[in-house]
Ligand binder design. Sequence first.
Ligand SMILES: *Cc1c(COP(=O)(O)O)cnc(C)c1O
Length: 346
Amino acid sequence: MKDFFAEQPRIPLCFSPTPLHRADRLSDELGIDLWLKRDDLTGPGAFGGNKMRKLEFLLGLAKTRGVEYVFTFGATQSNHAMETAAACCRCGFKPVLYLVAVVEPDKDSLRGNMLLDALFGAEVHVVKMLPGETEGEADERALEMARKQMQQLEAAGHHCMEVPIGGSTHVGAIGFAAGYVEFKEQQEAMGLGAFDYIIHSTGSGGTLAGLAAGRALCGGKEKIVAVTCSMKDEGYEAKVAGLANQALDQLKQSGLRIQPEDLVIDRGYFGEGYEVPSEASTEAMKLLARTEGVVLDPVYTAKAFAGLLDYVKTGRIKQGQRVVFWHTGGAASLFAEPEIVGNLSD
Ligand SMILES: *Cc1c(COP(=O)(O)O)cnc(C)c1O
């Protein structure tokens, strides 16, 4: 296949291609042909995830700009922030994280991603939510605080780069366009026939934007279903399509366009909200673990997998259809605060 990405600055960070394997026992149980694309295994450490694909291009750009500090954002248990910290260690950048406390961390006993952030030596600023403040407002406030610090650093001669939540810029999305191309090459090399569905979890939208752009580049036919990890407003489809189109422009493929109505975004499975486990997500985690030995995370992938199971149950995915569940990672949040994890032990 043509190398669409050769001209883009890139630092190799992922062990790629990530595995693509069949889930034999669960396929039998569900009556479908279920495959797993294992972006939970991107590396470099045990806690990889989908952000590594974006960071290859984001940090590639940082390197061309002579950046010293990389600032990014998320919730305290953000996988993206942790992956950014890990990637910065590998590249020699200093990570600075502004993390909004949706669930209050115990600073004397750091857990999950926050523990890893500390291990990676990241400079962490926890932004406590104010009474009556929405998550969006807290995110805005975190951004303002970070920009002040960046201005001070720049004034002292240190170059900084701001990576937004989830690394979801068009540059980050290019990482997932490359991920889609990787999948197609793998499918071909393995001699696999056509897939009917790609199902994955969507948050900040960069993964979906990249997959949609990649599918356009390859002329792929799978239906991509993106299951949200929280409520998304009605502008979400347009935002993601915009990112995909900017990514295509950057790759000099402006003849290809993604329309908001091309995107299938399902808001039906996040339950009560972000970082709140649901009965269906907990059951989904147990089912995949107990049939395949594969671990999902409670915040993202378990909700998307609950969606997949419901699609099978309700016949939207038909018996015998071939489905790939794109596992985007997140395992570190299994070891986060109990209210995020849910009850997995019975
Ligand atoms: C960030 C994340 C997602 C969502 O990816 P976006 O590109 O932000 O939409 C899905 N799963 C996991 C485990 C994540 O960390």
